[in-house]
Design a protein around this ligand. Sequence first.
Ligand SMILES: Cc1ncc(COP(=O)(O)O)c(C=O)c1O
Length: 301
Amino acid sequence: MSDKITTHAAEEDARNEDLQIWLNGRCVPKAEALVSVYDSGFMLGDGVWEGLRLYNGQWAFWDEHFDRLFEAAKAIDLDIGMTRDELYSALLETQSANDMTTDAHARLMVTRGVKTRPFQHPSLSRQGPTITIIMEHSQPKIPRPIRLATVPHIRGLPMTQDPKLNSHSKLNCILACIAAEKAGADEALMLDVHGFVNTTNACNFFIVRKGAVWTSTGDYCMNGITRQKVIDVCRADGIPVYERNYSLVDTYGADEAFLTGTFGAQTPVSEIDGRQIGTGEMGPVTKRIRALYKALIEARA
Ligand SMILES: Cc1ncc(COP(=O)(O)O)c(C=O)c1O
C-alpha cells in the first residue's frame, strides 16, 4: 500500500484481515460479507451511510450520527426497517464480535436493497434494505499537514442532490479528489456556487485568521458532526468562531487551515494551490482545538 498522505490514513493492522462484518441481521466473516450485483447501492449508489468512531468503549456522538442517518433515509424515502435501538444494538454486536474496545472505525451503510431488474426505478428494489456495518481496527496516523488544490467541481445547490446527503453516490467528490491528485495535491478544496470557499471532497474546512476561526456558512457542505463539535468547543473556550462566506484570497492569507471529520478529527493543511499556509506546520490554534476536541471525547467516555 502506498504511503500517500490522505485524511484517512491509518496504521496497518493485521487484525483487519480477519474481521466480522454485520450484514442484514448477523455477523459474518469478512470473506463472506458479500452483496448482490443487483444491490441498489452497487448498481446506482442508492443508499446512505455514516462513519463512526470508537474511543474508549464509546461510539463518539453516535446519537448525532443516527439522527443524520435516519434523516437522510427519510429524505430519500428509504425505510431502514430497524429502530435506532436495534441499529445501535447491531453496532454493539459487531464491536463485540470483533473484540474491540477503542480505536475502531465503523462504516454503517443502508441501501435500498436488491433489485429485481437492473434498472433505476426505486420500486424495483424489492428485497431490502441492505444494511451492513464494516468495523475496522483503526489508529489514525499522526496527522501530517496535507496539501489542497482548488478544483473546478463545486458544491451544488440543494435541489441537485443536496450536498448534505451522505449518499453512497459520491462521484462529485471523487471527481474533485481525482482533479486535486492530478494537480499534485492530497485532497480537493471545493467552492460553492458563488465561488466562496466551502469544504473539501471528504472533510469540512476551517481557516484561522488573527486568532479567529472561520468556516463556511454551512450551506452546500456536509453538516459534519466534527465541524459542529469544533464550533461548539471554540464557543465554550472563548475562541472567536464565525460561520461566514470567505474567498480564496482570505484562505491563502490565513495563518492556519485545518480539516475536520470523524476519522481524523482535525487534520492540518500545509499548502493550498501552491501557497504555503502559515508556517506550513500545524499551528497553535489547530493544536488547541485538537486538545479541546480530545477532551470533549474523553469527557463523554
Ligand atoms: C463530504 C464530507 N464532508 C465532511 C464529512 C465529515 O463529517 P463528520 O464530521 O460528520 O464525519 C464527511 C463525512 O462523511 C463527508 O463525506
